[in-house]
Design a protein around this ligand. Structure first.
Ligand code: FES
Ligand SMILES: [Fe+2]
Length: 439
């Protein structure tokens, strides 16, 4: 079913969303075309692609892609689909190679995606040209990077990457600056988890400050029942993280939510609250701070380390936590299926224990055994069940805080305990889905 501009506009009001936005295949297909088929999507980090031959498997929307570093040092973002009979070309998540060889009939491609060899070449017609574009891997027309974060777009036109990121560049800057030498290394391993619900539910939850005390109450209870017993393996970090979801409504009101144009958003001031305050004695932190002060000077180091922006959502597929050096990529698979890939960074030049803390944070938050992520995934699936089983008159609400939002300097809004980030996501969504014709 083709969706007209009027049909799309009728699905979202300033304070409500129609259920089909989360469940309908035609809506999902149009999102892949008009959002994921056009905007800048994060695809890889430069630390994964330092040497010629390095490659990383990634996704652009629902399509499987490869990012390669070729022998000329150039980055290529190529569709991971053999041009012979369409088989997935590469099944590894990352590695190093000079040629990519298909596992079906052995067609062989170079790192720029050009076909370089076919078995039994003499059987092909005289006009068969290995170097014709038809036989080359499809290429994302635009690739750019910002401080080591590589993005690609399936559209030839559109805003520059810097304009697309806008104020979210600050989240990337802060993460990179937390290395005393301004360099990050992405962890080799990743957690890959799927949940059975729509991709937008992940983003709506990212800066929702009301749900943690409800959805995560079981792990809060577990943390409360255990005394603080820091060990060399944990340092009390897990307990502190679980308890972090126990903020009272009053405390969550102290955390401001910044909702920006383009659907981006973040939480501001989470560490101002007492539960996540730093410990009195923390030798690892002291050593790291000393290294940072030496690298940047006292004032700048303090600015970098005290920037308090949490869950930085770069709409529509990336989430960054600069304080704990985390990265999360969100890939739509189907209207009711979403893949989340989570990793963390090593800050080059920082004490190794800082990396251990990032790994622990990643494990606590994003592993299959996480006591936090499982709660969220379960609630997304409940929403999906409820919305899938509803009649066509079912609308959901996103009005909390609508009358309290204050303008944020430079665009967007700021206020506490609000659903403004969700409203901002839908404003961007409508703009993309109607090609700007919604206004
Ligand atoms: S499908 Fe790849 S070589 Fe045949
Ligand atoms: Fe949550």
């Amino acid at each position: 079913m083709a969706l007209s501009v009027d049909t799309i506009k009728a699905l979202v009001t300033p304070s409500t969303v129609h259920r089909s936005v989360y469940t309908d295949q035609a809506v999902f297909d149009l999102e892949m075309e008009r959002i994921f088929g056009k905007v800048w999507l994060y695809v890889a980090h430069e630390s994964q692609l330092r040497k010629a031959g390095d490659f990383v498997r990634t996704r652009l929307g629902t399509y499987d892609y490869l990012v390669t570093r070729d022998e000329h040092g150039q980055l290529n973002v190529l569709q991971n689909r053999c041009t012979h009979r369409g088989a997935t070309l590469c099944n590894e998540h990352q590695g190093n190679t000079s040629r990519m060889v298909c596992g079906y009939h052995q067609w062989m491609f170079d790192l720029q995606g050009t076909l370089r060899g076919v078995p039994h070449r003499q059987s092909y017609p005289a006009g068969f040209d290995m170097e014709s574009p038809r036989n080359s891997l499809a290429r994302a027309p635009r690739v750019d990077s910002y401080r080591g974060f590589i993005f690609a777009s399936l559209s030839e036109n559109g805003p520059s990457l810097a304009d697309f990121l806008g104020p979210m560049r600050g989240a990337i800057d802060n993460l990179v600056d937390r290395s005393p030498v301004g360099q990050l290394e992405l962890s080799d391993t990743a957690f890959r988890l799927e949940f059975k619900a729509n991709w937008k539910m992940h983003h709506e939850n990212a800066n929702d400050t009301i749900h943690p005390g409800v959805v995560h109450s079981s792990s809060v209870m577990t943390a409360r029942q255990h005394q603080a017993e820091p060990t060399p393996f944990d340092d009390g970090q897990t307990r502190e993280m679980l308890q972090g979801n126990a903020f009272t409504k009053k405390e969550w009101e102290g955390i401001e939510l910044v909702a920006l144009p383009g659907g981006h958003s973040y939480m501001d001031g989470i560490y101002r609250s007492r539960l996540l305050a730093r410990k009195e004695s923390d030798p690892v932190r002291d050593e790291y701070e000393a290294i940072m002060k030496q690298a940047y000077g006292e004032e700048r180091a303090s600015q970098i380390l005290n920037l308090d922006r949490f869950n930085n959502l770069v709409y529509p597929n990336l989430s960054i936590n600069a304080q704990y050096h985390q990265l999360r990529m969100v890939y739509p698979v189907a209207p009711d299926r979403t893949l989340v890939v989570s990793r963390c960074f090593r800050l080059v030049g920082a004490p190794e224990q800082i990396y251990h803390r990032a790994v622990r944070f990643l494990t606590n938050l994003s592993s299959p055994a996480s006591m936090i992520y499982g709660d969220d995934a379960a609630i997304f699936e409940r929403c999906n069940t409820g919305l899938s089983g509803s009649d066509d008159e079912a609308w959901i609400d996103m009005s909390r805080g609508a009358d309290l939002d204050k303008p944020f300097p430079g665009g967007g809004t700021i206020s506490a305990a609000t659903e403004a980030p969700i409203r901002s996501q839908f404003k961007a969504w409508l703009g993309y889905m109607t090609d700007g014709a919604h206004a």
